[in-house]
Write a new protein. Sequence first.
Length: 396
Amino acid sequence: MNMISTYFWPGETHFGVGAAALVGPTALTYKAASTFILADPGVVQAGLLNGITASLEEAGLAYTIYDQVVANPDIASVQAAAAAMRQSGAKLLVGVGGGSALDTAKAVKLMVGSPAEANVWEYALLLGDEKRAYPDAAALPPYIAIPTTAGTGAEITPWAVLTQPEQQRKFSVGDRRTIPDVALLDPALTLTLPPHLTAATGMDALSHLIEAYVSTNHNPILDPMILYGISLVGRSLRMAVMRGSDLNARTDMLHASLIGGIAISSKWLGACHSLAHPLSAQANLHHGLACAIMLPGQMRYNLPAAMERYADVAAALDPSGTSGSTRKWANHAVKAVQRLIWDLEIPDSLSEAGVDQEMIPALAKAAMTDLNWWTNPRQVSEEVMERLYHQAFWGV
């Protein structure tokens, strides 16, 4: 019998096959006469909204579908979506899709509750004290997040990662007020995700888990959960890619993605994400693929500063892989990640992914403006970032 589990974090989370059908009853609790459904064209074409709209119709609720979400959402796409929601008159936001859709929806939630003249860039966290003051939570529309990929964990995190096209860099907006009010995680919605996207988003989840586990932010309560999430990836990502109809594997991966989102909300990340974000902003790489390519080298660089932590990662990801000293186990963690990438048959180098080597100095400079490296276990610099990019270019 299928079971839906319910959790209460800052937001309310329902996990299990059939969870997406709860959108109608959940929407009714907010007493909104109509909803604004935000998704990308691929989600609409795949028919993934059918059950969601049916649930809303059964609840007697009207809805507007906005399907103009773009990959690596930028300022203009967020402003346009927010304007469309205001025009629709809807008081409830439903985001459906991968990280781009769920992050766009977070930013739209923020903008709909803001003055009409506000620009989402003004809320960028990297602006520090100069950023615009966030509106009161009561001014923001409620937001139901429904992921269709297992990777970002965006349904549980407060931040929207966006692109500033003029400077070709990533920036984040958000705080506790932008966390989705409700997350509906239904593994059945991930069954049709193509193998290459399953692989890339799965590696995104793994990078969240590993980076959070070795982060300098101390949170021992979460550590066992994070290691469990890593073990889920180790046992199920290959199967989810090679046999996408395997519901058990899809469930494991969506669970791992959720745990990754919880982990990064509490422990933050590391240099891998600082390196990956410019690759999306400047080279238009899929975020999960960028993380996959940069992760092994970043782990290898970090080993001296987090040997025992990486040994734990190895034991969770591939417990049959080695024996002996802590150093051997830590080295095995890097090898296990690299072997996973090879098995998934995705690019394992920047050159294979089509990145121009001449971009590396600019990428390294941009990586240092990304705040994620602050909790990396080993000190980094622009020179280190450049070296890691060069190593990843050749896949070493």
